[in-house]
Design a protein around this ligand. Structure first.
Ligand code: SF4
Length: 291
């Protein structure tokens, strides 16, 4: 490489480092980890950016549109850098950080694209039915789980087993019904023995989830459990590190909470989940259902 080109490349990397984008160019998965670590360390909360009519912090605004952010002043402190990194991260497994929405995309088109007999990943071998997702195509709130279980595999609908019944109770406690929200999973076919979806399966199937979320454009996405939250936030951090925090996700607000199946095993965690759901209710202007 000639010297002038080398100088230009080095200048570009210095610039992206100043914006907090450097880690993306080296290791895309690590950038969200850096943000989460910074949040955990500093106690920074993004809830401030959710306050009604309050503009997002300058660094968030600067980074929200990465191409435009290049005209903004570089951010300097670690927390701002981390926030900028958080704001530009895209949780798609697609080829580009700046994935475009598919113009005119709809849930029906996405279902057609998946097809009735998808064999793109090995989960197709043991499945009974593909579980696309269910609910309001214009929902303000979307719940995302990891994958179908036994009952879902049989019925072709997400969250209809014991954990699903608990999710329904949670939704109703928020003053909504299942038809008001949209419910889907990271992978659309049941992993054998209810194991966690594997990385290659998530990589293959999650672009359909990203299209679903882009088509619905909900105000709030509630990631249920580690798999869904780690997939969307592109992190390997445990959910307890960032549960209850707000993240910007492609124009939606994303919050992670425990999976209802975890609550069946650990009922004591229900209080933590209810606190998370109350944050969602505050953003959506919902009132708890009267008993
Ligand atoms: S999990 Fe997704 S990608 Fe894999 S076979 Fe099912 S629908 Fe296709």
């Amino acid at each position: 490489m000639d010297q002038s080109r080398r100088d230009r490349v080095e200048a570009w990397f210095r610039y992206t480092d100043e914006l907090g984008l450097g880690p993306y160019y080296r290791d895309r998965a690590a950038i969200q980890d850096a943000y989460i670590a910074a949040v955990s360390a500093s106690g920074t909360r993004l809830e401030a950016s959710l306050r009604a009519a309050e503009p997002a912090p300058q660094a968030v605004a600067a980074a929200a549109t990465p191409r435009r952010s290049q005209t903004q002043s570089p951010v300097h402190n670690a927390a701002q850098k981390a926030t900028a990194a958080h704001s530009v991260i895209q949780a798609s497994t697609g080829a580009s950080l700046f994935d475009e929405r598919i113009e005119g995309d709809t849930l029906d088109l996405i279902r057609d694209a998946i097809g009735g007999n998808c064999t793109r990943c090995k989960l197709h071998k043991a499945r009974t039915k593909i579980v696309y997702g269910v609910g309001n195509p214009k929902a303000e709130l979307v719940f995302v789980g990891e994958g179908p279980g036994h009952d879902e595999d049989i019925q072709g609908e997400p969250f209809v087993g014991r954990a699903g019944k608990l999710l329904t109770q949670m939704i109703e406690a928020m003053g909504l019904c299942r038809e008001d929200v949209y419910i889907c999973n990271v992978v659309k076919c049941r992993p054998p023995e209810n194991r966690l979806p594997e990385k290659d399966e998530i990589t293959t199937c999650s672009p359909f989830l990203m299209r679903q979320l882009a088509a619905i454009q909900p105000k709030v996405i509630c990631a249920l459990g580690s798999c869904a939250s780690q997939t969307m936030l592109q992190t390997t951090q445990g959910i307890s590190r960032f549960r209850g925090e707000w993240f910007d996700f492609r124009g939606s607000k994303l919050i992670a909470t425990y999976h209802p199946a975890y609550l069946l095993r650990n009922p004591a965690a229900k209080g933590e989940v209810w606190k998370d759901l109350q944050k969602v209710m505050a953003v959506l202007g919902l009132k708890a259902k009267r008993k």
